[in-house]
Design a protein around this ligand. Structure first.
Ligand SMILES: Cc1cc2nc3c(=O)[nH]c(=O)nc-3n(C[C@H](O)[C@H](O)[C@H](O)COP(=O)(O)OP(=O)(O)OC[C@H]3O[C@@H](n4cnc5c(N)ncnc54)[C@H](O)[C@@H]3O)c2cc1C
Length: 395
């Protein structure tokens, strides 16, 4: 069983890499321990796979080495992937903020990648688990549940640790450590944020409330800021705003939420006062979801008060409190609920032309195993396609 290339992990990055290398004439074997192909593609985008974004600028990616992703992303662009999608006659549409989805089902993307692998004559070993990887002469031997597999080069595309219930593992990180590569501490990302049960007791009654907010955390180069929808849940906060900011959040740090972005609430409340006979509850419910407005006023002891009876100072303080809500999450909902893993193989260990280890020739890392994490909105798949293609073209 001897191949030019063994790709471990038949997910988004692994299939792209295997297809590209196979179509360049390499003898490729693609190995995955799962019994169902590409589960993460299947469940992505609510079953419709948000397969890329119109624009994938490098600043939409987090990494300890932010420049690294530039080269792969520039060499395989969203337009390149879209051309592939068109060639396979997959119907797609654009949702907000440049997010591109399949019209029907993410199965179409899986079938497309499978067909591309077939066009490259890729051999499959699945389900097949890799027990060990060792060097032999100038190549590698993989001890697998289907027996030993020999290959001149090994590509690690085993993804991140998000959703372990679907077979996600830390295999890529363990292998990187085995060969002496540094790791940037992995953490769940694109994940709901949670709060202490006692601290959240009052808020959990607002479960289901959703609204657009500005959300921010961090300082300087590592700061994140988004305008997206927030969702209150029984355990904490979720929705796109919170998933996005979770990738930037560090334990112990506060997040800042503006519950009425683009509106000067203090000014709006003061302006509404002259001649008003309304209660503050009614006025605020015109600016925010009713349940949220009621909860906030009750917490501040203002429920039921007439607007006219409140001083400008109190109204301004109320407006400011809603636009600079600062709270410290106790944690995240963890890998079981995360969409991706942040951190991974330190990109300073890899060559950005081909994703090859600088210290271990013939060993490559691609996709989510690598310390490049995209925003929500198709950016993570684009990284998987781009890093997979960069590697496949060099094999
Ligand atoms: C619920 C959910 C929804 C998502 N939606 C989107 C979206 O719409 N758009 C977007 O851009 N991103 C989305 N993502 C993120 C995206 O799925 C990942 O970033 C992407 O799949 C990473 O590609 P990958 O090839 O690196 O890893 P994966 O696609 O996870 O593939 C890794 C493969 O390696 C295999 N593997 C793991 N360990 C081993 C081992 N020890 N031996 C053999 N095989 C192994 C796994 O079985 C898997 O097939 C979503 C993620 C989740 C969890």
């Amino acid at each position: 069983m001897s191949f030019d290339v063994a790709v471990i992990g038949a997910g988004a990055a692994g299939m792209m890499c295997a297809a590209v290398a196979g179509q360049r004439g390499r003898r490729v074997v693609l190995i995955d321990h799962a019994s169902r192909l590409a589960e993460k593609i299947r469940i992505s985008g609510g079953g419709r796979c948000n397969f890329t974004n119109r624009e994938t600028p490098p600043n939409a990616y987090l990494s300890a080495n932010p420049q690294f992703c530039r080269s792969p992303l520039a060499r395989y662009t969203p337009q390149d992937f879209l051309a592939l999608v068109r060639r396979h006659r997959i119907a797609w549409h654009e949702k907000h903020r440049g997010q591109l989805f399949c019209d029907d089902s993410s199965e179409a993307i899986i079938a497309m990648l499978r067909a591309e692998c077939d066009a490259g004559g890729v051999a499959w070993r699945m389900p097949c688990s890799v027990e060990a990887v060792r060097t032999e002469g100038e190549g590698y031997v993989l001890d697998t549940s289907s027996g030993p597999i020999r290959a001149a080069r090994v590509v690690v595309a085993t993804g991140g640790m998000a959703i372990p219930q679907l077979g996600a593992t830390d295999f890529g990180l363990r292998l990187a450590r085995q060969f002496g590569l540094k790791i940037i501490e992995p953490r769940p990302a694109l994940v709901p944020l949670t709060f202490d049960a006692q601290q959240w007791a009052g808020w959990s009654a607002l479960s289901g409330v959703a609204l657009e907010v500005d959300i921010a955390t961090g300082k300087g180069k590592t700061a994140g800021q988004f305008r997206e929808d927030l969702l209150v849940t029984h355990r904490g906060l979720s929705g796109p705003a919170v998933l996005q900011i979770s990738s930037y959040w560090n334990p112990g740090e506060p997040i800042a939420v503006d519950l009425a972005p683009g509106v000067d609430l203090a000014e709006a409340l003061v302006q509404a006062k002259p001649g008003s006979r309304q209660q503050i509850d009614t006025v605020l419910a015109g600016l925010l979801p009713r349940r949220l407005a009621d909860h906030w006023l009750a917490a501040q002891g203002l429920a039921g008060k007439r607007l006219a009876d409140l001083g400008d100072k109190a109204l301004r303080a109320l407006g400011a409190s809603l636009q600079a809500w600062s709270l410290v999450p106790t944690g995240t909902a963890g890998y079981r609920k995360a969409e991706v893993m942040r951190g991974g193989v330190d990109t300073r260990e890899l060559n950005q032309q081909d994703m090859q280890s600088r210290r271990q020739p013939g060993l490559y890392f691609i996709g989510e195993t690598v310390d490049v994490t995209g925003w929500l909105g198709g950016y993570n798949f684009q990284w998987a396609w781009a890093s997979g293609a960069a590697c496949g073209q060099a094999l």
